[in-house]
Design a protein around this ligand. Structure first.
Ligand code: NAX
Ligand code: K
Length: 517
């Protein structure tokens, strides 16, 4: 799913009114009606008090349309105008007139947090104060109002975006943002729903289709894309009947050191389970017996070093190489890594200590093959690109880094983001159970395995991250957050593949009526 920028959303709204020959007021009516439908379906007329807080721009206009429709359908509605500016939008004013015509009860105008009504935990708050038009911090009294929303403990439904969040800038004041239980977002989720610093402002979100011009939606390129099953299915490469293992490439996993051989075992097993034809593990000698006995499908090449790698040499021609897991940063290992990069031409996935060494010796970056993949966790990323002050700066720095070195950078996190030059792909699978030892090694193995099978490095990263998360989601059902371990993620990889083609459960069949005699 495309994640449109604020400018693209405004342009989509504008073009829609032009091409469909409707007014912006009609588009607002359509948008807010979707919100009404969503609530009506769930509330079925329940008389729960609904407090609708409207700003004075178009987000407020949406709130007023919603209020009017709820009133017409007999709901228990109280409408407030959060009067933070004199500059009202045209469609706000039109709908302000309309609600006055519909209800005898005029909206309550709030000019300070003093007039804040009594709201009980079982009530509902609708937040239509600011939408994507926020361009400076809200006034203090408006921030106080948002704090009162939170203190009330009422279920809070935000329209389009939790008020106080910018679409393209970091948070300035944590207290000046609405904490939404649910956000109904128009046409496109907003990037801030997925970034670590701002995701917490909405527990759940959903996109409502408001009928924006189809051509505009399909033809407009976005910098950001949300990756779910629908997006990865076209990446999948089906197998031919007469395929043999030589068709699926030979993965080489290089890594391990005394006490950290398991990392190579995990990455190698994942590479094979992701579909690679052959896997060789390249390790220091101390790991030979353990890998051979615990993972018979792998071939093993031993380095001359006993406890750490000291001179990488092999006589196979790998299709893809994953390097760095459990490798350590002994002086000999660093030298071996450096010499390896000089001679290497195979596609690379670099993780863990390979990234740490690159961070120490940035001149090595120019030795990486084009479109190599690096998969840092936040600390490794910081060592590589330096500190960032907020999520937006982090993304900018990673984009610049990816561009400068022609690398695919995976920013690991609750929503892992694959960055290649300007483009960002946000993953939607995975769960907190994956914060466990070795889960990154598994991911390295999966991505390397996919590249070996002929996936382009960017597609392999996007697809690999998706599969990794999906496997963990499936494994979670058996193990729960606490007991999920990296090996389980490998075991359910097959289920993650099969899930790609799972049809939705058929609706339960209605009993057939006996024909009347
Ligand atoms: N453009 C369209 O056709 C549609 C817009 N829709 C709604 O319109 C929203 C965007 O509306 P607007 O652009 O009017 O903006 P908002 O309603 O988000 O903000 C209101 C206005 O207040 C001003 N403002 C910004 N920050 C302020 C601050 N801190 N203190 C005081 N004033 C401030 C700005 O001039 C801004 O335009 C969307 O989020 C969505 O909810 C929907 O109705 C769908 C259709
Ligand atoms: K809002």
């Amino acid at each position: 799913m495309k994640v449109f920028s604020k400018e693209q959303i405004y342009e989509g709204d504008r073009l829609t009114t032009e091409r469909q020959e409707i007014s912006s007021t009609e588009l607002m009516e359509r948008a807010a009606t979707q919100i009404f439908n969503w609530m009506h379906l769930r509330m079925q007329g329940a008389q729960v008090p609904v407090h609708i807080f409207c700003g004075i721009g178009n987000n407020g206009g949406d709130g007023l349309v919603l209020a009017r429709q709820l009133v017409i359908h007999g709901y228990n509605v109280k409408t407030y105008i959060v009067n933070y500016s004199e500059t009202r939008s045209k469609d706000f004013l039109i709908n302000y007139e309309r609600i006055k015509d519909t209800t005898k009860d005029w909206p309550v105008v709030l000019n300070s947090a003093e007039g804040f009504p009594e709201i009980y935990p079982d009530d509902i708050i609708v937040d239509a104060v600011f939408g994507i038009g926020l361009n400076r911090p809200p006034a203090d009294w408006v921030a106080d109002l948002f704090q009162k929303f939170k203190a009330s403990e009422a279920f809070t439904l935000s329209i389009d975006i939790p008020s106080g969040l910018y679409t393209d800038k970091p948070v300035e004041d944590e207290n000046a943002i609405v904490y939404a239980n649910y956000t109904l977002s128009f046409q496109s989720p907003k990037l801030v729903f997925f970034l670590p610093e701002t995701a917490k402002y909405t527990i759940q979100w959903e996109v409502l289709d408001i009928g924006i011009d189809r051509d505009y939606l399909t033809q407009t390129e976005t910098e950001v894309e949300l990756i779910s099953k629908f997006e990865v299915l076209p990446l999948y490469k089906p197998r031919q009947k007469f395929a043999h293992k030589g068709d699926f490439g030979h993965v080489l996993i290089i890594g391990g050191s005394f006490g950290k051989i398991g990392a190579v075992q995990l990455a190698s097993r994942s590479a094979l389970s992701s579909g690679a034809g052959l896997v060789t593990s390249y390790i220091p000698q101390c790991g030979y017996n353990s890998i051979q006995s615990s993972f018979p499908e792998a071939m093993v090449i031993c380095d001359d070093g006993d406890k750490a790698i000291k001179d990488i040499h092999f006589n196979i021609e790998p299709t893809a190489i994953g390097i760095g897991v459990g490798m350590g940063q002994a002086a000999d290992t660093i030298a071996a890594f450096e010499a390896f990069l000089k001679g290497n031409e195979s596609p690379l996935v670099l993780d863990a200590d390979a990234i740490n060494i690159l961070a120490k010796k940035k001149t090595l970056l120019k030795r990486l093959p084009q479109q190599s993949v690096i998969t840092p966790h936040p600390k490794e990323l910081e060592r590589l690109i330096g500190k960032w002050s907020d999520d937006f700066e982090k993304l900018e720095k990673v984009k610049a880094f990816s561009k400068a070195h022609d690398l695919i950078v995976l920013i690991k996190g609750a929503h892992s983001i694959t960055v290649y030059k300007e483009k960002q792909y946000i993953n939607t699978t995975g769960n907190p159970g994956m914060a466990t030892a070795g889960s990154g090694d598994v991911l390295t193995g999966i991505i390397t395995g996919l590249i070996a099978q002929g996936y382009e490095p960017l597609a392999a990263t996007i697809f690999g991250v998706y599969l990794h998360g999906k496997s963990a989601d499936i494994a979670l059902e058996d193990y729960g957050y606490q007991s999920l371990i990296a090996s389980h993620i490998i075991e359910t990889l097959g289920d993650a593949y099969m899930d790609l083609f799972k049809q939705p459960e058929p609706e339960e069949k209605q009993e057939e009526q006996e024909p009347e005699q």
